[in-house]
Design a binder for this molecule. Structure first.
Ligand code: NDP
Length: 274
């Protein structure tokens, strides 16, 4: 019987997961159907949509905005990554049991280690932003034993709270306006500023000596953040396509027990960063 999966969000028309999972299934010869489910943004709307999908035999779902928090609440068990992030991007169903996990951070780390060949151990990392993407990235990055992780956010209190919740000595939070004078090996843009072609208010000095600037948004080419990094002399730039595809590969593996290769889609969908 064909196994059924779906992405649940609102809107979902723009989601790339159906194409990604269809390509993974083709690559590995798996028989699966992957749907788009637009859940109503009403109290209980997410739960009702997922309940109906499970009743029709659905095996698991990916979850996108604005339901990543609802997904944790819906689950009977949540991974450490999902709990620290306060958000899940995937659920798997096994009878009454519903497990939630967040693979964004693992996807990011896999992209850095496997595709970018960028070692994180001993490095000084700066994460701009303290929303869902930064939260999801924190534990997997920390597991790579960097020398330090600074989380800098427009609203400083959110960065301080995240650093405090994570409880690791190597992690500290601050406001974007407190960054002057610090130097980093790798700077991530985990703000959503690029989605509206804006630049987070970050001093160009944070790029002094940086070896890689990583934009978590994808498919937008040279964003204002990447342009600032390039002009400040950062030798390597990356966008979030690799993170997206590696996260999808981890989810596929979680559901199906085999890890697809992302190289073909990375080549096919890459947008030049010039
Ligand atoms: P959230 O809405 O959860 O968080 C947004 C963050 O951006 C907050 O820290 C917010 O700061 C900050 N921000 C927004 N606008 C600005 C601005 N103009 N200047 C400075 N800071 C700003 O978003 P997500 O964490 O879900 O997404 C962040 C980015 O990561 C997006 O570009 C998204 O596309 C990308 N992403 C990529 C993934 C991938 O697989 N490649 C997966 C998930 C996300 P404040 O707290 O002050 O409001």
């Amino acid at each position: 019987m064909t196994d059924r999966y779906a992405i649940v969000g609102n809107p979902v028309a723009q989601a790339k997961s159906p194409q990604i999972h269809a390509e993974f299934a083709r690559q590995l010869g798996h028989d699966l159907q992957y749907l788009r489910l637009e859940a109503p943004v009403t109290p209980g709307g997410f739960a009702a949509t997922v309940d109906a999908f499970r009743a029709q035999g659905g095996r698991g779902v990916n979850v996108t905005a604005p339901f990543k928090l609802d997904a944790v609440a819906y689950a009977t068990e949540a991974s450490d990554a999902a709990r620290l992030a306060g958000a899940a991007n995937a659920l798997t169903f096994d009878g009454a049991r519903v497990r939630a996990d967040n693979f964004d951070g693992v996807g990011l780390v896999n992209d850095l280690l496997r595709n970018q060949r960028f070692e994180l151990a001993g490095r000084r990392l700066l994460i701009l932003g303290a929303g869902g993407a930064a939260r999801g990235a924190l534990l997997p990055l920390l597991q790579q034993r960097p020398a330090e992780i600074v989380i800098a956010n427009r609203t400083a209190a959110r960065a301080l709270a995240l650093a405090h919740e994570c409880g690791a000595g190597a992690v500290r939070g601050c406001g974007l306006d407190e960054l002057g004078g610090s130097a980093f090996d790798l700077v991530f843009n985990a703000t959503s500023a690029s989605l509206s072609d804006e630049l987070p208010a970050v001093p160009a000095a944070v790029f002094a000596g940086a070896r890689l600037a990583y934009e978590m948004a994808y498919g937008r080419g040279l964003t204002p953040f990447l342009r600032l990094a390039r002009d400040a002399g950062v030798p390597r730039l990356a966008d979030g396509l690799g993170m997206l595809l590696e996260q999808a590969a981890e989810v596929f593996n979680w559901w199906r027990g085999v890890r697809p290769d992302t190289a073909a889609l990375r080549r096919q969908w890459a947008v030049p960063l010039v």
